[in-house]
Design a protein around this ligand. Structure first.
Ligand code: TXA
Ligand code: MG
Length: 320
């Protein structure tokens, strides 16, 4: 048995050590008022790739960027009047706002899964905010459980669900006792004209509607075709895409992996490293879009570990 992740009370010394781990690209699980989060530097795509790997998630969903205060929100997102009003009413607290990225936003493409919007939350617990302030970067954090598991509301749940530090799990768990809310934050999308409830959670819909007026309710099916005027919740490149290719066709740009690559193309990871490939995926697809590429051929990606999530995203981008 390899070592378990150490659990430390969330005091100043532990917070300082944890912030150092985050700034070095490592992972830390930490208490919030909703559930324990598995945190990594949201501006570091490799750290974010490690979050997905630790959870064993077979798909990339955009993650919430956690910050300590409004100034830090404004660095990464454009806050309109609705956002200001909701922030006044519910932050710090169990509310996540999806907003357009700011010009200066350094949150990685993998954190937002390639979207032009960013989800942001200021958690209620003072120690959680002290940790985020010490990190000095936005911290991407889904719930700190293995994919398919129950969201953890105590440090021991995290240790039981996630791998230890030698197996890709967090280096440290910051224990601030049981979570008092116990369900995830409410997610509201403000990137559209009509504010939309994307996920019910710690703050009631009626309480939010008192500020915003009636909310649109997102369909429960993520895969449903996007309705007119609504932004898609999944980024997909404009180009036609072909998977499991050995070489590019005449009109295709090649997206290589490992030793399967082509001149003039890009390579997700020349060394065949899936963490590096995940970290590069959305950045390279966007670069192809920016270059008006019409057709992409992608080398085979192993169907294991992070390869599952990479292939899932590529498959969604394949169009008949
Ligand atoms: O309470 C919580 O929110 C916990 C704690 C740790 O803060 N975090 C959490 O994160 O539940 P996560 O990554 O499991 O949930 C993120 C939710 C997902 O429903 C995701 O689809 C949505 O937020 N989301 C994130 N970014 C988005 C974006 N740019 N556009 C639309 N939805 C987004
Ligand atoms: Mg979860």
């Amino acid at each position: 048995m390899s070592a378990k992740t150490p659990i430390r009370p969330m005091d100043d010394a532990a917070i300082r050590d944890a912030a150092g781990i985050i700034r070095n690209g490592g992972l830390v699980a930490f208490a919030t008022e909703t559930v324990y989060g598995l945190g990594g530097d949201a501006t570091n795509a490799e750290a974010v790739a490690r979050i997905y790997a630790a959870k064993g998630r077979p798909s990339f969903n955009p993650l919430i960027s956690h910050v300590a205060d409004i100034a830090a929100v404004e660095e990464i997102a454009v806050m309109d009047d609705r956002a200001q009003a909701l922030a006044d009413a519910f932050w710090p607290g169990p509310l996540t706002l999806v907003m357009n990225k700011s010009e200066a936003c350094r949150v990685s493409e993998l954190t937002t899964a390639g979207l032009s919007t960013v989800a942001v939350r200021i958690p209620a617990r003072p120690r959680a905010r002290a940790f985020l302030a010490a990190c000095g970067v936005p911290v991407a954090a889904p719930s700190a459980n293995a994919s398919g598991g129950v969201s953890p509301t105590a440090a021991a749940h995290v240790a039981a669900s996630l791998p230890g530090p030698d197996d890709g799990g967090p280096a440290l768990i910051l224990d601030d006792g049981p979570c008092d809310v116990g369900v995830e934050s409410t997610v509201v999308d403000l990137s559209t004209t009509q504010a939309t409830l994307l996920r019910p959670g710690g703050i009631g819909r009626e309480d939010i509607e008192r500020i915003t007026g009636p909310l649109a309710i997102a369909g429960s099916d993520d895969h449903a075709p996007k309705s007119p005027g609504m932004l898609s919740r999944h980024y997909a490149p404009n180009a036609r895409l072909r998977m499991n290719a050995d070489a590019p066709g005449p009109d295709e740009v090649f997206l290589g992996f490992g030793h399967i690559h082509a001149p003039g193309g890009e390579n997700l990871s020349p060394t065949g490293d899936l963490t590096e490939a995940a970290a590069n995926l959305f950045r390279i697809l966007h670069a192809f879009d920016d270059a008006d590429v019409n057709a992409i051929a992608v080398a085979p990606i192993p169907e294991a570990g992070l390869g599952l999530a990479i292939n899932d995203r590529l498959r969604r981008a394949v169009r008949p």
